[in-house]
Design a protein around this ligand. Structure first.
Ligand SMILES: Cc1cc2nc3c(=O)[nH]c(=O)nc-3n(C[C@H](O)[C@H](O)[C@H](O)COP(=O)(O)OP(=O)(O)OC[C@H]3O[C@@H](n4cnc5c(N)ncnc54)[C@H](O)[C@@H]3O)c2cc1C
Length: 370
């Protein structure tokens, strides 16, 4: 099955590419830090969340390569990824592996024969070894624009979990596209379902240590990107609502003079500030933990930020739509899009219910240490 980009999608890709080249690449070193990433993501998301999603997923893959890749992988990929010449997507979730990623069914098996061929030819085992991947990935955002998918697959038995998952950089041509999802929001960053049938990749496509990809992933603090997207939408909704209620008049007065409206707007601002503070605190902690390579558990900070900022985005978008009245329910205004986009955030990056579990666990764990 072949998928062609529409003119609109091509333009979108070009815009993101230009933006990446002009704005991101010169600041790549700074953006590698969670604090700067959170600030940038908020700004992008306030304009169009899909751009922030696409970029965050791409940068998330870059962070894994940067942290756990070989020198050769870093040198080959990171300069091209910094300019968006090479676009990456994330292949982690599956039909039966949503919140529970360790339930993934995709497998990668080492082809010993390929290695033997290397022996026969007097070659280097490392360079001729191959992995054979079989399975599927359910939601691969960016796929239609991507060059490679960081694909997670089981390389060990279930009893060895979580030390039984490895990650591979698989070229997009190797997948078969089963479906392009039509989604409520985030419509300009399409997600697809893809399958892998006896796909062979050489050893140098394995990123990180064999069997440790799931654990390594937990050490890359990509967790601030979803909360930061929430802050962006919550803020944009507040700004649009303020502008509207200050000029719209009913009953011969500005609707922004009704106490009910004023309290709502005040509450919206409070949600933005608390969401941003929690997100920046999580980013700051992540940066400090990364610098010290402390492996510190940040689930308390990350989950608090995720829960608050994503709900703030939904609530502010909903309130902004209400304050716009009928026109808010039309595509004339941005607020309906904010609401559609915000709804993704309480699900993506792990549903909020799972984050409530993680937060509670961290709170109880800290209490028992005190
Ligand atoms: C538009 C879009 C883009 C995406 N892009 C990517 C991508 O690029 N790469 C990728 O790998 N994945 C991607 N995902 C997948 C995303 O990470 C998953 O959707 C998410 O992890 C949830 O998995 P699930 O949808 O299977 O929901 P499930 O895990 O099946 O959960 C369904 C519902 O069950 C409830 N639930 C789950 N766990 C608990 C719990 N512990 N306690 C109480 N209730 C619970 C919640 O209400 C939850 O919403 C994307 C998803 C979407 C929708």
């Amino acid at each position: 099955m072949r998928f062609q980009l529409t003119d609109e999608q091509r333009d979108f890709r070009e815009e993101v590419r230009m933006f990446a080249r002009e704005e991101i690449e010169p600041k790549a070193r700074d953006l590698d830090r969670a604090g700067e990433l959170a600030l940038m993501t908020e700004e992008l998301s306030a304009a169009l969340m899909s751009v922030a999603s696409a970029l965050a997923l791409h940068l998330g893959v870059a962070a894994v390569v940067e942290r756990f890749g070989t020198d050769e992988q870093r040198e080959r990929l990171l300069p091209e990824m910094a300019t968006y010449e090479t676009v990456a997507a994330l292949g982690l979730s599956e039909r039966n592996a949503g919140s529970d990623k360790l339930a993934m069914e995709t497998t990668a098996e080492r082809d010993e024969n390929a290695e033997k061929r290397g022996d026969d030819e007097g070659g280097d085992d490392e360079s001729v070894g191959e992995w054979i991947l079989n399975g599927h990935k359910r939601w691969v955002t960016n796929y239609l624009d991507a060059d490679v998918v960081l694909t997670y697959a089981k390389t060990g038995p279930d009893e060895a979990a979580p030390h039984n998952v490895s990650a591979f950089l698989v070229p997009v041509e190797e997948f078969e596209v089963e479906r392009v999802w039509d989604t409520l929001g985030a419509r300009s960053a399409k997600a697809v379902e893809v399958t892998l049938s006896d796909v062979r990749v050489p050893d140098d496509r394995l990123v990180g240590e064999e069997g440790e990809a799931y654990v390594e992933r937990g050490r890359v603090n990509t967790g601030v990107n979803v909360p930061a997207r929430g802050v962006g939408i919550a803020r944009a909704a507040l700004e649009d609502a303020l502008e509207y209620v200050e000029q719209r008049e009913q009953f011969a007065r500005r609707i922004g003079d009704f106490q009910g409206v004023r309290w709502t707007v005040g509450e919206m601002a409070e949600r933005v500030d608390t969401a941003r503070l929690l997100t920046l605190r999580a980013a700051d902690r992540a940066d400090r933990a990364n610098r010290a390579d402390s492996g510190e558990d940040l689930s308390r900070e990350i989950s608090m930020a995720k829960l608050h900022a994503t709900q703030a985005a939904v609530d502010n978008a909903n309130d902004a739509l209400q304050l716009h009245g009928g026109v808010g329910y039309t595509t004339e205004r941005h607020v309906e899009r904010y609401l559609r986009d915000a709804r993704l955030l309480t699900i993506a990056g792990g549903p909020n219910e799972g984050h409530r579990d993680a937060l509670a666990e961290a709170v109880f764990a800290r209490h028992s240490q005190e």
